[in-house]
Ligand binder design. Structure first.
Ligand code: AMP
Length: 218
């Protein structure tokens, strides 16, 4: 069993790489962002509570996201989990360590996807996804072959996130540097950190991640 964290600012490519690992290795992606968006769509009380915070690009409380992860770890069986967008604070990082220990499991590697900030705005503002299968596209770098139709599943339900605009992105980046980037030092000293170049081609990044997964202790 291999459990990893994909760490990096919005637009670093965490979701894209997580999807590949799910397809290729049967790992299970735990994205707190996806869970929160699902709670909003299904109109739960929690979903309503976090909607404005998410749209503004701020972090929701540790209590809420730790609760979501705890529930998944108690109910989902997997050959390995990919934590995508979690943890985002030191409190969440401590809680994850405790939760994994409680389930007799450990964290094997943290992969920091390092990117140049100037690239992030362009990456994020052109981004859209398939609402049915989750495939990620970009207006310029990865458009659909047929406009308006998902290459993978043929759906026409293509969506843009409400928080993928320049204002929210600026807040999301500030939140990342203020609250999430300390995790780089935290995991470096826990001897779990691996750094990959998030600006490389998707396949090249995937190859770097595969190397870590095949030998997480190095
Ligand atoms: P993401 O899809 O990971 O970019 O997350 C979208 C939004 O959901 C973030 O901007 C936050 O508002 C919220 N969110 C997702 N994961 C977390 C987390 N681990 N801690 C706090 N807020 C989160």
């Amino acid at each position: 069993m291999t459990n990893i964290i994909l760490l990096g600012p919005p637009g670093a490519g965490k979701g894209t790489q997580a999807r590949k690992l799910v397809e290729e290795r049967g790992m299970v992606q735990l994205s707190t962002g996806d869970m929160l968006r699902e709670a909003r769509t299904s109109g739960t009380e929690m979903g309503k509570k976090v909607a404005a915070v998410m749209d503004a690009g701020q972090l929701v409380t540790d209590e809420i996201v730790i609760g979501l992860i705890e529930e998944k770890l108690s109910t989902v069986k997997a050959p390995g989990f990919i934590f995508d967008g979690f943890p985002r604070t030191l409190g969440q990082a401590d809680a994850l360590g405790d939760l994994l220990a409680k389930h007799g499991s450990t964290l094997d590697a943290v992969i920091e996807m390092r990117v140049d900030d100037a690239a992030l705005v362009a990456r994020i503002t052109g981004r859209f996804t398939c609402g049915d299968c989750g495939e990620v596209y970009h207006d310029v770098t990865k458009p659909t072959k047929v406009p308006g139709v998902c290459d993978v599943c043929g759906s026409t339900n293509l969506k843009r996130r409400a928080d993928d605009n320049e204002d929210s992105l600026r807040t999301r980046l500030m939140e990342y540097y203020k609250k999430t980037s300390p995790l780089v030092g935290y995991y470096y000293h826990a001897k779990k950190l691996h750094v990959v170049d998030g600006l490389a081609e998707i396949e090249a990044v995937a190859a770097e991640i595969a190397k870590v997964l095949d030998n997480p202790a190095t």
